[in-house]
Design a protein around this ligand. Structure first.
Ligand code: SAH
Length: 398
């Protein structure tokens, strides 16, 4: 193992670490130039060289790594990883026991005590996502813990950092039995086809489970539904299962057509009775306006950033305009599900975008529900910045 490196914390950041802030920001460290090898264990110390916390060096977004413990005597070793993973699995006991849900997050990075690593469960298969070279270099601990305490069918992994061509593996399979993909997982009784060995995305974003349930159970019966940025159409499936009259799914990516057909089909829904458009959402809004189409339920779940030939879209800048487009084709008393996974702004800020959008459209609204990450996406309550998901369900009043 690499040797421990002392990092001196800026005076003004000491109290943050003492309170439990987990991310080692570059600006918080005076001597970050001593860092050379990702995966090194670092000791954060104050000006008097007194111990503050221990963590690892791994470059990720704006951070240099993550705090792992505030206990000077705790070693970062097999036992450490075992205790964190064991505790995380225990917290999800109710989900493991629920036969209606077989896909969820079992380990959520810093929320479960190890920043830079997430683990998702898909009906016996596990998918590890490694967010830096640093945490990836500690993976042997995680895999040996799994060998010891987890009963798995198979393990897959995604490297979500710049590998600079360093790893030559052909696929994401790690060990155990290989999945016969797509496998069908369940979520509150809905089926979803998932592939763990097909690039960055699996076919379903697990963090929207509560919203899919809400759409199915409360908002879609007898409704004409538009699902924008629909990806594999998971929200459309939820709406159709909830008794919608029709769903229209719009996504620019060509693969979304086959994927959406697949998600409808594994739920016994005739996809030919649904509309699936491979199209730019902004073009679709214009088309809908021209043809005076109106919807009772509109789902807006854009990526944080998107660049197409014609536009660049950023939720932090363009959400009010996106809402104005959606409001124009929503029926009076219709529902808009406004969602964003952009971590750079808060729920409070998001609500100002909503207000701006409705003001711009000369319309009025009422908030029916708001929510963020589901329980399995465990986050530290003191640091809402790690709870990136914001969903507001609105009713258009006029
Ligand atoms: N709402 C989806 C996840 C959306 S992921 C779900 O619940 O599963 C973001 C999607 O937006 C991607 O599939 C991407 O292809 C699509 N996308 C990005 N820009 C777009 C645009 N301008 N028009 C249509 N789709 C777009």
């Amino acid at each position: 193992m690499a040797k421990t490196i002392d990092l001196q914390v800026n005076a003004k950041n000491i109290s943050d670490f003492k309170r439990g802030y987990p991310l080692i920001l570059k600006d918080a460290i005076i001597n970050s130039d001593v860092l050379t090898k990702e995966g090194s264990i670092v000791r954060l110390i104050d000006r008097d060289r007194k111990f503050v916390a221990k963590g690892y060096y791994g470059i990720q977004n704006k951070g240099l790594g993550w705090v792992l413990t505030k206990n000077e005597n705790e070693e970062i070793d097999f036992d450490f990883f075992e205790s964190k993973i064991d505790a995380a699995m225990a917290r999800r006991e109710a989900l493991f026991a629920d036969p209606k849900t077989t896909a969820f997050r079992v380990f959520n990075g810093e929320g479960d005590g190890i920043g830079g690593l997430t683990i998702d469960y898909f009906d016996g298969f596990y998918m590890m996502s490694w967010y830096s070279e640093g945490i990836y270099s500690l993976k042997h601990y995680v895999y040996s813990v799994f060998d010891k305490i987890v009963d798995f069918k198979g393990i897959y992994e995604k490297k979500r950092f710049d590998t600079k061509g360093k790893y030559m593996e052909q696929d994401d399979f790690v060990k155990g039995e290989q999945g016969d993909f797509p496998i069908i997982v369940k979520e509150n009784g809905m089926n979803f086809a998932v592939n763990l060995n097909e690039g960055a995305m699996t076919g379903i974003f697990l963090d929207q489970r509560d919203m899919r349930q809400a759409i199915r159970d409360k908002y879609s019966k007898g409704k004409n539904v538009l699902n924008t940025f629909s990806y594999t159409g998971a929200f459309s499936v939820a709406a159709a299962l909830g008794g919608s009259i029709n769903t229209t799914s719009v996504d620019l990516a060509k693969r979304s057509l086959a994927k959406t057909i697949e998600q409808f089909s594994v739920n016994g829904i005739d996809y030919e009775q649904q509309d699936i458009k491979v199209m730019d959402v902004f073009e679709y809004f214009r088309y809908a306006k021209r043809n005076e189409l109106k919807f009772d339920l509109v789902v807006l779940d854009p990526p944080s950033f998107a660049r197409t030939k014609k536009y660049t879209f950023s939720t932090a800048k363009d959400y009010p305009a996106l809402l104005m487009d959606a409001i124009a084709i929503t029926e009076k008393n219709g529902i808009i599900v406004a969602s964003t996974n952009n971590a750079s702004f808060s729920m409070k800020k998001f609500k100002t975008f909503i207000e701006e959008g409705f003001a711009g459209a000369g319309s009025k609204y009422k908030i029916l529900e708001e929510s963020s990450l589901p329980k399995d996406f465990r986050t530290n309550r003191d640091y809402p910045e790690f709870n990136y998901l914001k969903v507001v369900i609105l009713q258009k009043l006029k």
